[in-house]
Ligand binder design. Structure first.
Ligand code: ATP
Ligand code: MG
Length: 450
């Protein structure tokens, strides 16, 4: 009853949206089925043959129009999840409130979503947090409504398998031509609904080399703090998308520009010293280079670089308190890698790698036989050595050490042994220098009660 009254009172009174629909026919665009993932085509055709409408949507249409290779191929349809499931044996419905179909072809997954609407009067269906964050958005809708709930205009283009046309409800094609990233609707509200869109704006601007439309750009500064409301695990997922798809250096510069980095990592704008900034930029360039060469990248390595300044500062503080290098290193890394302190959640398997890479650094530079043997036998010596090399590239005082290790790792076992023999050996300090003297009676605690 209360709900009904609420709905009645707050019934949407705004005028219906005026929508300019642009359709590019088959001959008016260059997207060819040759470039579409065959599994996605299979899904599209099967839906179409069963009498449903079926479209390729999102990043795949955008990237194909830009002659880029799409990362994944998503399908949107008017078929309901249960209807999709009936059509595909290899289909799994995921998500509790809004169900998405995952159609599996070995390792390849085609995500199929039923058209969803963005706005509804039914407050039971649409829930917001106090800050305007959209908690649930689970109402089915028309294709047009589906377009308007998407984030950017260039992400809301639909490739229709029925006639191979591309349908555009939000002027996305014009934006694509003008290399503009523009949020659908009022950007401030859309950031409020889902603050991750702030990071997505940066990600697409970097990836596509697009400008941010002023109406999309301006509210970034005032909306940024909403990122503190995002669960740490979702921030980490977005971090991976930001830095490990080949545009890390550009992404970093943009995150710095809009002062968004601090919501992912403890790095305040303009606070990194010049050498630390150089170290970060070098690691980002290296990451992009590896991605472009299709080589593996471990997020732990870049994270170790991003957090290094923090660790060094902490370690120095502890050394000033006269802690040994080993103890200072240990305590500093416990402090910096304390996940409670970090804005985004870093999985344990990664913090363990970071810990190893860091704790090997002082051993690399404290050259003695024992340390060298410890390093050479350590399972992460390779990553730690790569880390040392990046440090050496910006710090000339490390040149000699770096050269020694480069020679060492390039040598055969015999030669390695000889190199080790040339290093000074640390003599174990005897526990007691002299034979323990019997304690003087004055050392003893005064006896009581006598
Ligand atoms: P990528 O090339 O990185 O995969 P993408 O555009 O395909 O880019 P996805 O994260 O795969 O991005 O999302 C697929 C589509 O879903 C987007 O293109 C967009 O239309 C929609 N979408 C995803 N996340 C959001 C969001 N937070 N808010 C609104 N729409 C979203
Ligand atoms: Mg995608």
């Amino acid at each position: 009853m209360i709900q009904k009254l609420f709905n009645f009172l707050f019934k949407k009174t705004t005028a219906p949206r005026v929508v300019n629909v642009t359709t590019l026919t088959r001959s008016e665009h260059h997207v060819s089925r040759k470039h579409i993932n065959p599994h996605a085509l299979k899904v599209l055709y099967r839906l179409h043959d069963a009498g449903f409408s079926a479209y390729l949507v999102g990043g795949s249409v955008r990237d194909l129009l830009l002659n880029k290779t799409p990362k994944d191929f998503d399908v949107a349809t008017d078929a309901k999840p249960e209807q999709i499931k009936k059509l595909f044996r290899n289909c799994l419905l995921i998500g509790r409130r809004f169900r998405i179909a995952h159609v599996r072809f070995g390792h390849d997954i085609i995500e199929v979503t039923t058209f969803r609407a963005h706005s509804t009067n039914d407050l039971a269906e649409r829930a917001h947090s106090k800050l305007g964050m959209l908690l649930r958005d689970n109402v089915y809708g028309t294709i047009e409504e589906d377009a308007f709930r998407r984030d950017f205009t260039v992400n809301a283009l639909y490739y229709n398998i029925a006639d191979f046309s591309i349908i555009d409800f939000t002027d996305g094609i014009a934006d694509l031509r003008n290399q503009t990233l523009r949020m659908i609707g009022t950007a401030k509200t859309r950031y409020q609904e889902d603050p991750v869109r702030l990071l997505r704006a940066i990600r697409f601007a970097a990836k596509l080399d697009f400008f941010l439309h002023p109406e999309t750009e301006n509210p970034i500064y005032t909306s940024a703090k909403l990122l503190t409301q995002v669960p740490p695990a979702r921030l980490f997922d977005e971090f991976l998308k930001l830095f490990f798809y080949g545009h890390a250096a550009k992404t970093y510069v943009l995150l710095e520009k809009y002062d968004l980095l601090k919501y992912l990592l403890p790095i305040e704008k303009d606070t990194l010293s010049e050498p630390m900034q150089a170290l970060v930029m070098q690691a980002l360039a290296k990451t992009d280079e590896r991605v472009s060469e299709d080589l593996s990248v471990n997020p732990a390595f870049l994270l170790a670089i991003f957090l290094w300044h923090h660790y060094v500062a902490q370690q120095q503080l502890l050394r000033e308190k006269r802690l040994s290098p080993q103890l200072a290193s240990h305590q500093a890394l416990l402090f910096v890698l304390n996940t409670q302190q970090l804005p985004m959640g870093i999985p344990k398997r990664l913090t363990e790698i970071i810990r190893d890479v860091w704790s090997l650094q002082w051993r690399f530079t404290t050259m003695n036989k024992q340390n060298a043997i410890h390093v050479s036998l350590h399972k992460r010596h390779r990553a730690a050595y790569d880390f040392l090399m990046l440090r050496a590239a910006i710090d000339t005082t490390l040149a000699e050490t770096a050269d020694w290790w480069t020679t060492f790792f390039a040598s055969e076992e015999d030669a390695q042994q000889q190199l080790l023999e040339q290093l000074p050996s640390v003599k174990k300090r005897p526990r007691y220098k002299n034979k323990r003297k019997p304690r003087e009676s004055s050392d003893r605690l005064p006896r009581t009660g006598q």
